[in-house]
Design a protein around this ligand. Sequence first.
Ligand SMILES: [Zn+2]
Length: 352
Amino acid sequence: MAWQGIEGHDAIVARFAAAEARGRIAGSYLFVGPPGVGKSTFALALAKALLCEHPAPGLVPCGGCRSCIQAAAGSHPDIDVIGKPDDRATIPLELLIGDDQHRMREGLVWRLLLRPALGSRKVAIILDADHLAEEAANCLLKTLEEPPQAAVIILVGTAVERQLPTIRSRCQIIRFRPLPTATVERILGAEIRLAGGPDDPAVLRLRAMAAAGSLARGRSLADAGVGEFRGRLLAILGRRPLAGVELARDTIAVVEAAGKEAPPRRGRLRFVLETAVDLFRAALRQAVTHETPADPDFHHAAAAWAHDPEACAEALRHTLEALDAVDRNANLTVLVDAWTALLEEPRLARLA
Ligand SMILES: [Zn+2]
């Protein structure tokens, strides 16, 4: 039975359960791992379990106490969650220490100093920790170093390297791995059946493979525009020298078709870039091991790159940098143009 319905992270659950049993829960944690594997969900489930009034062994919340009911409703006064607003490039300082008029009279750091409302603990969750700018991070340092009594602070990011050294060194690091394909397949299948969607095991299996361990990506593949684009994207990427203009035009079209809102547009661009990253990685692996990629959709495109590991590594680097910029760039069209131009760079093309 999965802990609070969370699959794929049993070792981390066991680690926290053992720490709690020994009274050794730390004051600050940094959760890292690829997007879409359930880090935020895990952080919220952990908060619920840590605050439960009658937990069962194994850090299992009772589900019926005052604390569990409020946690389930998302209105627990001692669970404090902040993250980067969609229209901002970083986590605003005021979310941590209040705005100019209310410095240290509002914000998460200040709220952590207050006594817990229900039990004996408070849990603060800081999402999007990759987007913690230096000034905001500095406000957190003292709190991370000496967390207020019985407070647990959880930062959720994607990679250790993306955190400031001052933050990293003050947190216990918990690494989340990509979910096994079988787990993604099972969860996506259950979701599709629940929604009354078409139940084709072969399609589901391919989607689970394409998700590369991320449930979020598996779900975005159900977004028809994106799912259909994947094949076309791999066809363009598999032609050398790479047709940058065509890649830019088609990528921008699929991003814009997501509507006017920024989050779904970013989601689609992230999907395109992640697919390209997977392809270049698969091609590099093939160059070294001579094994064709596990995902059959990659066979053709990976073969086009595998004989040319240098260009492939270069393309991978540019794509990872573009992926890194998705959440920081207001103008996605400019980002797509820059990315595709780099892939088309004479050097890359000449190597083809
Ligand atoms: Zn409870």
